[in-house]
Design a protein around this ligand. Structure first.
Ligand SMILES: [Zn+2]
Length: 114
C-alpha cells in the first residue's frame, strides 16, 4: 500500500492481527531512521516463535503480540542487538515495555523486503 503525502513516498506496514499501522517508512531514507513511529520493534526469536503459534505472520503490534503470547512484553523480551529498538519514535506503550532495556555494544541494522 503506498501513500503519497507532502511529496514523500511511504510504505504503510499494517499489523497482521488488526488494522493498526506499525510504522510509516519514507522511501529512500534509512529504514528505521527518523520518521519511523509507533510499534516498531524486534523481540527475541523465542518470544516471536511463541507468537507465531497462533498463525504465521511477519509484523505485529505490541498489543497483538501480547495477546498471542498471553502476557505483557518486558524489556528482557526485546533484542538488545537490534538497532530498531533504539531509534525512532516509539509509542508510549512500547516505551513502557522497553523500560530498562540496554542496547548491546554492537547494534545490528535490520533489513527486510516487504
Ligand atoms: Zn496489532
Amino acid at each position: 500500500m503506498r501513500h503519497r503525502r507532502h511529496g514523500i513516498c511511504a510504505t504503510i506496514i499494517p499489523c497482521a492481527d488488526r488494522d493498526a499501522t506499525l510504522t510509516v517508512r519514507p522511501e529512500g531514507l534509512a529504514l528505521f531512521g527518523g520518521g519511523a513511529d509507533g510499534d516498531w520493534f524486534m523481540v527475541k526469536d523465542s518470544v516471536w516463535r511463541r507468537g507465531q503459534r497462533a498463525g504465521k505472520c511477519r509484523f505485529l503490534c505490541v498489543g497483538c503480540l501480547e495477546n498471542r503470547i498471553g502476557r505483557k512484553l518486558k524489556a528482557d523480551d526485546f533484542r538488545r542487538s537490534a538497532k530498531v529498538n533504539f531509534v525512532g519514535q516509539k509509542s508510549a506503550k512500547l516505551r513502557r515495555r522497553m523500560r530498562g532495556l540496554k542496547p548491546a555494544k554492537r547494534l545490528v541494522e535490520t533489513t527486510f523486503r516487504l
